[in-house]
Design a protein around this ligand. Structure first.
Ligand code: ASP
Ligand code: MG
Length: 607
């Protein structure tokens, strides 16, 4: 008999009618012959109200008591849900996190799961009961109540699905799935039938409203198929699954996203030597500023330009830190632009398609919009454009990849039974956290303090790629259509491009770098030389190092730690680009292995 986990969010259990409706859903699944385990959040805005209540008493509520308080919201929900199911004639039993032995570490308000005892749940399920578990909560080894961080019920649900080997985890919420882009901006946006874990993570701005990133990483690690769907309709929603199940033949792009309110800062004339970018981002991180894109192209005449973006509202504070950083490393100066937006396309198909970059750049150029900066990851291309043109750029890209036709090419509904994405039973279940202070050494309790804000960060691995070479075009004109022409020529030559790095221009000219497989460097060079205009430089081979995980973007500390580890080994960084789930750097080919080793060490990863 297969087990189904159903999670109901706050809006889905906001009042008694909604609780009864959720109860009926659980019962239907039970009557279809499944074992059913339900995870619930606190009703409606309960958690916010409890936080407000605590703040009325004191500005600084002790974290332990905060968790004692917040866990009550979910406890109310499980009891009511069990009553609702019983009242409809099906046996049910509710459990708190402590009662199912959901053991976490002791970081109150942002605890991580260490272990779950499945026995009691398994017994109740075998007895034919619907089991209801309080989301978001657990206990530490000393039975102190802990919570998993805001939105943590998603993580509870996925973790239970993993530990019990459920066929799927259904997330019932107030939206009916994940869309190709925000339908409030582009009304033609369509619902995506299947998306991979990484695409969901890279779509952060679209996905985050739908699910907690940490639960997606968890699902990826344990192979749990997730079905996000509306609690107010029976229509299928969006399946978040493994790559083999998500991949669609012939479709390169799955979604497009817009981050509207960004600001760009550029540090000019940064001396090209090891350790310099580290000191810059160390200063920014110390000011607790969240950096989004980071772009550094190869140096000219011993100087590089380093650009990054922050939320528009953080610009003033960032400039103060950036000016100080520029001064301390002997850079030439700092420029900024408060009026930029980031437009991105995401898709698994990009790994195997040339031409996605070309098509994206051409669509934007045809709309008469200039691309100011470019950065890429395996499955994402992001560009920075003037804010006034951002919506037009998004629409142009959405149209170019025919994302509005998502309905016209329906995918068969995902079937957990026949898929390769499958939850597996894994005991013990431990959430990776390689970014506290690593060794978990103690102060006071049994753990030292985690780096601030690190609760959503999971570094999954470090990668080294020594198979590529780099081409840099110097002094390319900064006007619409240029990058489109370059990458059209590359695509025509049948060359696959990996990293693309273009920094903002000074005096209307900029440099454009990209990496291609080593054996294709000559072909790519021949293709672009006739249209390059300026000088073309080749690095026949380079080492590309990536730190991969979740929460990279919002944790400036990751980039800083990466740059710091490389600086310590005096490894020079030639190229930087970033995405939601990666920080990539290019270094000399001879330093690749040393760089890999020191990064593994820096992030506490085994070799
Ligand atoms: N009730 C908690 C919150 O509001 C957990 C959750 O809803 O996932 O953050
Ligand atoms: Mg929630």
């Amino acid at each position: 008999m297969s087990l189904l986990v159903q999670k109901f969010g706050g809006t889905s259990v906001a009042d008694s009618n909604k609780i009864l409706a959720a109860a009926r859903r659980a019962i239907q699944a039970h009557q279809r012959g499944n074992q059913v385990l339900v995870v619930v959040s606190a009703r409606g805005h309960t958690t916010d109200e409890l936080i407000a209540l605590a703040k009325e008493i004191t500005d600084k509520p002790p974290a332990r008591e905060m968790d004692m308080l917040l866990s009550t919201g979910e406890q109310v929900s499980v009891a009511l849900m069990a009553m609702a199911i019983e009242s409809l004639g099906v046996p049910a039993i509710s459990f708190t996190g402590a009662q199912i032995g959901l053991v976490t570490d002791s970081y109150y308000t942002k605890a991580r799961i260490k272990n779950i005892s499945s026995d009691r749940m398994a017994q109740a399920l075998a007895d034919g009961k619907i089991v209801i578990v309080a989301g978001f909560q657990g206990v530490d080894e000393n039975y102190n109540i802990t919570t998993l961080g805001r939105g943590g019920s998603d993580t509870t649900a996925v973790a239970l699905a993993a530990v019990l080997g459920a066929g799927a985890c259904e997330i019932y919420t107030d939206v009916d799935g994940v869309y190709t882009t925000d339908p409030r901006i582009v009304p033609e946006a369509g619902k995506i039938a299947r998306i991979s874990y990484d695409e969901m993570l890279e779509l952060a701005s679209l996905g985050a409203g739908v699910m907690h990133s940490r639960s997606i990483e968890f699902a990826k690690k344990y192979g749990v198929p997730i079905h996000v769907r509306s609690s107010f309709s029976d229509a299928p929603g969006t399946w978040i699954v493994g790559e083999d199940d998500a991949r669609r033949l012939g479709v390169a792009v799955t979604g497009a996203a817009l981050a509207k309110d960004e600001a760009r800062i550029t540090i000019l004339g940064v001396p090209d030597r090891p350790g310099v970018v580290h000191s810059i981002f160390h200063k920014i991180a110390k000011a607790n500023l969240v950096v989004d894109m980071i772009v550094q192209n190869v140096a000219t005449a011993g100087e590089a330009e380093v650009s990054f973006t922050v939320a528009k509202g953080d610009l003033a504070e960032t400039l103060v830190a950036a000016e100080a950083a520029a001064k301390s490393v002997g850079a030439r100066g700092v420029t900024h632009d408060a009026g930029v937006s980031k437009v991105s396309v995401i898709g698994l198909g990009m790994r195997t398609h040339t031409g996605v970059a070309t098509a994206m750049f051409r669509a934007i150029a045809d709309a008469g919009i200039n691309i100011q900066m470019i950065t890429t990851s395996e499955i994402k291309i992001s560009v920075l454009v003037e804010r006034g043109a951002a919506v037009a750029a998004l629409r142009a890209v959405h149209k170019e990849f025919r994302l509005e036709e998502v309905h016209a090419f329906p995918q068969a509904e995902f079937k957990p039974e026949t898929s390769t994405t499958r939850a597996m039973t894994l005991v013990p279940l431990v959430e990776v956290d390689t970014n506290g202070n690593g060794n978990g050494n103690g102060n006071g309790g049994n753990h030292g303090p985690r780096e601030q804000g690190m609760e959503d960060l999971v570094v999954a691995g470090v990668e080294l790629d020594e198979t590529q070479g780099r081409i840099t075009l110097f002094d390319v004109p900064d006007r619409p259509g240029y990058s489109a022409r370059i990458f059209a020529a590359i695509a025509e030559a049948g060359v696959f491009v990996d990293m693309i790095v273009q920094n903002v221009s000074e005096d209307g000219k900029t440099n454009l770098s990209f990496t291609v497989p080593r054996e294709a460097v000559a072909r790519a060079e021949a293709a672009v030389r006739p249209i390059a205009g300026g000088q073309v430089a080749i690095e026949p081979s380079l080492a590309k190092l990536s730190v991969v995980g979740v929460g990279m973007r919002t944790h400036t500390g990751v980039a800083t730690r990466m740059f710091g580890a490389l600086a310590e080994r005096t490894i020079n960084i030639n190229l930087i680009n970033t995405s939601e789930i990666r920080v990539n750097v290019g270094t000399g080919i001879d330093t690749g292995q040393a760089a890999l080793d020191c990064l593994r060490q820096a992030f506490d990863l085994k070799g």
